[in-house]
Design a protein around this ligand. Structure first.
Ligand code: UDP
Ligand code: MG
Length: 326
């Protein structure tokens, strides 16, 4: 078997502080893999600039002039981590046998990519990078993340525990991924659904090398709730929130009303009447809110917006070629 062509896709949003180091470390690794004949010498690094407003693109562009392994894809505006990743993977699949996705901040141990590729040689099509422990995260992030996994599991979504978007995928699995046409493609949930032969590799996650997290609390919540910030369905979500609040308040009131009943301060029939009003009111609002959530999703999906718009493409792919660029 010929060595597989590997593309390492790196989404970058305002990463000027860490990017030069990331590029040099990944280049070094890629050269080693080529020397070890684990990957083909056609292998590439593909940096996706997700609409940064610092010097991220200049750094990528200059590196691409110096090193033929370095390629860049510049999105016209900030499409978000998941979409930037998809943009990179869908572009890379034309020129690669396998694709590794990794964050720009070098929190994930890049030496694990060697094991990813070895697993690919063994015939695995999807290799998940799984964090051994989360001790470099803040207390808050660790616990919210855990709650998130539990919640998803309870709702029947099969996630790989403690796996973020650090993984290897074969070309075929990325091609299949593209057939999931929903705009809100939640990668961590969809990739396990593909069902190809998969395995996991364990590693320690480090602190961010430089710069700040691009996932502040606000983005984390938006990510977990899949677009709570979009104002178009927020009014619907309000109904659920009010529903949950009144439901829980009704439970508290319920205890109080029963207390009143047993201390003899009520009319006959009043307790059951008032409790059913409160409980049913809360439950109805929750039900309305839930139906609204689904309608909101339908509303968003029917728009079929493109996930991203490519501005400059240093891979010069025929399908993206534009005459106006001359
Ligand atoms: N990122 C991106 N677009 C965004 C936000 C983040 O491409 O809108 C990239 C970012 O540059 C990094 C990766 O996504 O390479 C993960 O972000 P970060 O490391 O800040 O998240 P954390 O590790 O704190 O969860
Ligand atoms: Mg990070």
């Amino acid at each position: 078997m010929n060595e597989p062509v590997l593309t390492i896709v790196v989404p970058c949003y305002n990463e000027e502080e860490v990017l030069p180091e990331t590029i040099s470390q990944l280049l070094h690794l890629l050269e080693q893999l080529m020397e070890e004949k684990l990957v083909s010498c056609q292998s590439k690094l593909l940096f996706v600039d997700d609409g940064s407003n610092d010097h991220t693109w200049q750094i990528i562009y200059k590196a691409s002039l110096r090193h033929e392994e370095v390629k860049g894809l510049k999105l016209a505006s900030n499409a978000g981590h998941q979409n930037a990743l998809l943009a990179g993977m869908f572009a890379a699949k034309f020129v690669s046998d396998c694709i590794v996705s990794i964050d720009a901040d070098l929190q994930d141990d890049i030496s694990v990519i060697r094991e990813f590729v070895q697993k690919f040689h063994e015939g695995y099509e999807i290799v998940y990078g799984v964090r051994k422990k989360r001790d470099t995260d803040t207390f808050f992030k660790r616990h919210t993340a855990q709650g998130f996994y539990k919640l998803m599991k309870a709702m029947g979504v099969n996630l790989v525990y403690n796996h973020a978007d650090y993984r290897l995928m074969s070309r075929r699995s990325v091609e299949e991924l593209e057939r999931f046409e929903e705009v809100h493609l939640f990668l961590r949930g969809v990739v396990p659904l593909l069902g190809f032969r998969s395995t996991a590799v364990y590693y320690d996650r480090k602190e961010r090398l430089a710069g700040e997290t691009k996932y502040p609390l606000k983005k984390m919540l938006a990510f977990a709730l899949d677009g709570i910030t979009s104002f178009s369905i927020t009014p619907i979500r309000f109904i659920s929130i009010i529903g949950f609040i009144s439901f829980f308040v009704s439970l508290l009131f319920g205890i109080y009303f029963v207390f009143l009943k047993f201390t003899g301060h009520t009319q006959t029939g009043w307790t059951s009447l008032i409790m059913s009003i409160w409980l049913l009111g809360g439950l109805q609002l929750i039900a309305f809110g839930l139906i609204g959530e689904y309608i909101g999703k339908i509303y968003k999906e029917t728009k079929r917006r493109p996930r991203y718009i490519v501005d400059i493409d240093l891979l010069n792919l025929p399908m993206l070629f534009r005459e106006s660029h001359a």
